[in-house]
Design a protein around this ligand. Structure first.
Ligand code: ADP
Ligand code: MG
Length: 500
């Protein structure tokens, strides 16, 4: 950093850091030049700084929309400790405090104002914006976790749709959208729905060189594997389960085995939730057993293990959750234990939750989320590099990582040609067959071969030899390549998923 680098100087003066992280400087410069920006930087990549520093450099106000109150409070707390004037407005704030916040906007002393998305509708906010604008002190509008605006993101929040209106109130102010994982389709949605004008799109690699991925078959009771992984990992450890009940049960089982573990899920009362969070943030080597309700904004840098005890719902969601490991840059393990039945269970839960949200595009979104799930399963059951497969699903093409379980211990491939032929021959020339019945019949007549027929069918779907219906493969048919294969077969070798 040189004397003539005012941004670097501001970074050091306000935060005490001597260099920018990858992607931060171009984003900050674009914003200061008045340009709209979409920043896709990995978890822990330092997205907050991208909107905090411009407020300080310009001595003006930056408005930040953020999805969770806890997340806002946490950031405000950290900023105030650095002597930076920051505040948040949310429904739970006492009236006097909200008034004080408004005054600090009015007199120009506030630098960062965090808003919960539900506040956007309120009249007061529009007035506040006009005031700040009239003073000429509105530096930027920032939208954190911007993927929440897209129905094709992994955390759709319909309220985020109102952010377009915010923009309409102050068209001349540059807007910054931030996200850790946004697939190309989600990026396009963010740009369109926020009406970003010829934005700078700054995308840093989602590759995390310090994370080691493993995906293995879950045994009927994975307690020994969980205990081993938990004991072997450094720092804090995070287990993800699908249901609230599993969260409670697993926390109890771990405690019975001498591991101080806490449950965390949306069903806890606020006292218990706080206690679990405190445990996770402050204990020396905490273990938290959480549903996916947990995570956003919890910034513990030394998480040495993120372990999923079910198949994750999508690669995007998985990258977000596993990304909480190793924010300090030191090595960390990301482990998934899955079972062939996980997809059916998850698909049902998904259907229920998408139906609850209702609204536009319901059927299409449901089909889309089932496809994401199907791809996640294919990745878990496949043979390729895990990091490569995960990143490909968010639009990034990389070489095999050489670090993951698949790269280090590739599953032994065996010749499956006989089984393949048996399956393809059972499928009718025209129309389709009942997938489940087909597998049951093969199991009954050919059990001696010890083949998991449903697994092999899924592999053939991946290979394009078999087509399957989107309801989780209840109908199967022979594709043109499948017919071709029957006429002139070649040797097909597949590696079975390995047990944990
Ligand atoms: P993100 O929102 O991208 O997940 P955060 O903004 O929460 O990441 O930042 C992650 C951590 O990195 C925080 O502890 C933050 O203080 C720190 N950080 C951000 N930028 C820098 C930097 N340039 N130098 C050192 N630490 C930084
Ligand atoms: Mg963040």
């Amino acid at each position: 950093m040189s004397r003539t680098d005012p941004l670097g100087q501001a970074l050091e003066r306000h935060f005490g850091w001597t260099s920018f992280r990858s992607g931060q400087r171009p984003v900050i410069e674009a914003l200061l030049a008045g340009r709209d920006t979409l920043a896709v930087l990995p978890t822990g990549g330092g997205k907050s700084l991208c909107y905090q520093l411009p407020a300080l450099v310009r001595e003006g106000l930056v408005l930040v929309v953020s999805p969770l109150v806890a997340l806002m409070q946490d950031q405000v707390h950290h900023l105030r400790r650095r002597g930076i004037a920051a505040a948040c407005l949310h429904a739970g704030l006492p009236r006097e405090e909200a008034d004080a916040v408004r005054r600090s906007v009015g007199d120009g002393s506030l630098r960062l104002l965090y808003l919960a998305p539900e506040r956007l509708q309120s009249q007061g906010i529009a007035q506040l914006l006009r005031d700040a604008l009239a003073r000429g002190g509105l530096v930027a509008l920032a939208v954190d976790e911007a993927h929440c605006i897209s129905a094709w993101g992994h955390d759709f929040r319909p309220r985020y749709r109102r952010l377009g209106e915010l923009r309409a109130l102050c068209p001349g102010v540059p807007m910054l959208a931030l996200s850790a994982t946004a697939a190309p389709r989600v990026r396009a949605d963010i740009i369109r729905l926020l009406a970003l004008r010829r934005p700078l799109v700054q995308v840093s690699s989602a590759r995390r060189a310090n994370l080691q991925y493993t995906m293995r078959l879950r045994p009927s009771d994975p307690l020994p594997q969980v205990l081993d992984a938990v004991a072997a990992a450094r720092g804090a450890r995070l287990l993800y389960v699908r249901t609230r009940r599993a969260s409670d049960t697993w926390a109890a089982r771990l405690r019975e085995n001498g591991v101080a573990a806490c449950a965390y899920h949306a069903g806890l009362d606020s006292g218990d939730r706080h206690q679990a969070l405190r445990h996770f943030q402050q204990a020396d080597r905490p273990v938290l057993v959480a549903t996916s309700a947990f995570g956003m904004g919890v910034d513990r840098p030394d998480v040495g293990l993120v372990m999923h005890l079910d198949l994750p719902a999508s690669a995007e969601a998985y990258l977000q959750e596993s990304g909480r490991a190793g924010r300090d840059g030191a090595g960390a393990d990301c482990v998934v234990l899955f079972h062939p039945e996980d997809r059916q269970r998850l698909a049902l839960a998904m259907r229920a939750s998408v139906m609850l949200q209702a609204g536009e595009e319901t059927a299409e979104r449901l089909a889309w989320s089932q496809r994401q799930l199907r791809r996640m399963e294919a990745l878990a059951e496949g043979e390729g590099c895990l990091e490569q497969g995960l990143l490909l699903s968010v639009g990034e093409v990389v070489d095999p990582c050489g670090r993951c379980d698949r790269c280090l211990r590739p599953p032994a491939a065996s010749d499956c040609s006989d089984g393949v032929r048996l399956i393809l021959e059972q499928l009718p020339e025209a129309g389709s067959a009942d997938g489940r019945r087909l597998c049951q019949e093969l199991q009954r007549s050919r059990a001696e071969q010890d083949l998991q027929w449903d697994w092999l069918v899924r592999r053939l779907v991946e290979e394009g030899l078999v087509g399957e219906s989107e309801d989780g493969g209840r109908r199967l048919w022979l594709t043109a390549p499948g017919r071709h294969y029957l006429r002139s077969p070649w040797r097909l070798r597949f590696g079975r998923p390995q047990a944990a």
